[in-house]
Design a binder for this molecule. Structure first.
Ligand code: NDP
Length: 359
């Protein structure tokens, strides 16, 4: 029965998230992408942080009352993963089958999706925002439960690094939900459709794979990490966060108000008269410094976990490399088409793709 409960746990968590997302107050914002065949921008209702708080509080109360053990999601992680994989597949079919074909191959349509930005009730629920919210909250439950497992196993001998790693991963989740609106201006919203990649990716892959630094180390005896090393690892994480969040915010403010000064940086631009590109600050160091930031954050999380010789935790930053390097190339092609000669001018001015002076 416990294993069956483990299998259905992600589905129950996703239902709870949906209920809270609908019931809790949210703020309406205008997004970046427009409705199909219209210049009217899509609107979204955002309340990620209160939903996260509600679910984590609910989880804490259940654990405190003895209804769940604090490490329940760790103990049943394989069954929960199987449930999330299954539910993610079902969700992908539901999101693809009702829409007209885009490509001649069903498999391609299934993987990439057919609908651009499906919404229910005028944006009260947006498929993409719901997916990211569901994935982030489920990930946080895994993080907390995996860290709890380590503590329950080792007590006083528990490794500080595991808690530091869990803290940084939690920071990553809270940071995303704090800046939900900024996410509306990203590639997923203007360039991707809702299919297996995004649907299954957020329901199954995101909450379970992103916890791999803890999944693979929570049951291992902790090794003491010198304080100075911990400080360097945390610094690596926050250097990455600064690059990623800084670049995203600089672009977000620029798109909303092109003259706005962000973090003391006055926007410097190049233009062809109708389109404009930022060429200074984060967008002057490389064309995707935010991707470097993401990789550094993942590296900091793995180093903090304290088992650098274990291969599994490293899957996390390696995954970012595998995801973001091809994505940069795709985005470059998309921008070359959209901006034409202006993009060539930008690539001459800012020659580095991701890592300044190296790549
Ligand atoms: P970007 O935020 O870099 O967006 C790229 C787009 O920005 C381009 O298509 C173009 O769109 C616009 N742009 C590019 N250069 C300029 C410029 N110089 N001036 C003005 N606009 C420019 O990429 P993503 O959307 O892929 O990523 C967003 C964030 O999400 C990043 O921080 C990334 O690291 C993060 N991310 C996180 C993941 C995770 O799992 N944690 C996974 C993937 C991404 P336009 O047509 O609007 O001009």
């Amino acid at each position: 029965m416990e294993n069956v409960a483990g299998f259905f746990a992600p589905l129950l968590v996703y239902l709870l998230i949906t209920g809270l997302h609908l019931a809790l107050p949210g703020r309406w914002v205008e997004g970046y992408v427009t409705k199909t065949n219209s210049t009217e921008k899509l609107r979204y209702r955002l309340n990620g942080l209160p939903v996260l708080l509600g679910v984590v509080l609910g989880w804490g109360i259940c654990c405190h009352a003895g209804l769940l053990s604090w490490d329940w999601f760790f103990i049943h992680r394989w069954y929960a993963l199987a449930g999330a994989v299954t539910f993610g597949l079902v969700f992908s079919f539901v999101m693809v089958l009702p829409y007209p074909a885009v490509k001649s191959s069903f498999l391609v349509d299934f993987f990439l999706g057919r609908a651009d930005n499906p919404q229910l009730w005028g944006g009260r629920i947006d498929a993409k925002m719901w997916l990211y919210l569901a994935g982030a909250v489920m990930l946080e439950l895994n993080i907390l439960s995996f860290a709890a497992h380590h503590y329950l196993l080792f007590g006083d001998q528990a490794s500080t690094g595991i808690f530091l790693s869990a803290g940084l991963l939690s920071f990553f989740v809270v940071d995303y939900l704090t800046f939900e609106e900024v996410h509306l201006y990203t590639y997923d919203f203007f360039a991707e459709k809702v299919g297996f990649k995004l649907g299954w990716g957020c329901i199954a892959f995101y909450p379970f794979f992103y916890s791999v630094p803890l999944w693979s180390t929570a049951a291992l005896p902790g090794k003491p990490i010198p304080v100075a090393a911990c400080m360097v690892f945390v610094l690596v994480f926050f250097a990455g966060w600064g690059l990623s969040r800084g670049a995203n915010l600089q672009k977000y403010y620029f798109k909303k108000d092109p003259d706005r000064v962000f973090a003391g940086i006055l926007p410097e631009t190049i233009t062809d008269g109708s389109k404009t590109l930022l060429v200074n600050g984060f967008w002057g160091w490389s064309r995707h410094i935010n991707y470097l930031g993401e990789i550094l954050m993942a590296t900091g999380i793995v180093l903090c976990a304290g088992h650098p010789a274990e291969p599994w935790p490293w899957l996390y930053p390696l995954y970012y490399i595998a995801l973001l390097f091809p994505r940069q190339m795709d985005d470059d092609k998309r921008c070359a088409l959209k901006y034409g000669p202006l993009w060539t001018k930008y690539t001459q001015k800012v020659p580095y793709r991701i890592i300044p002076y190296i790549y």
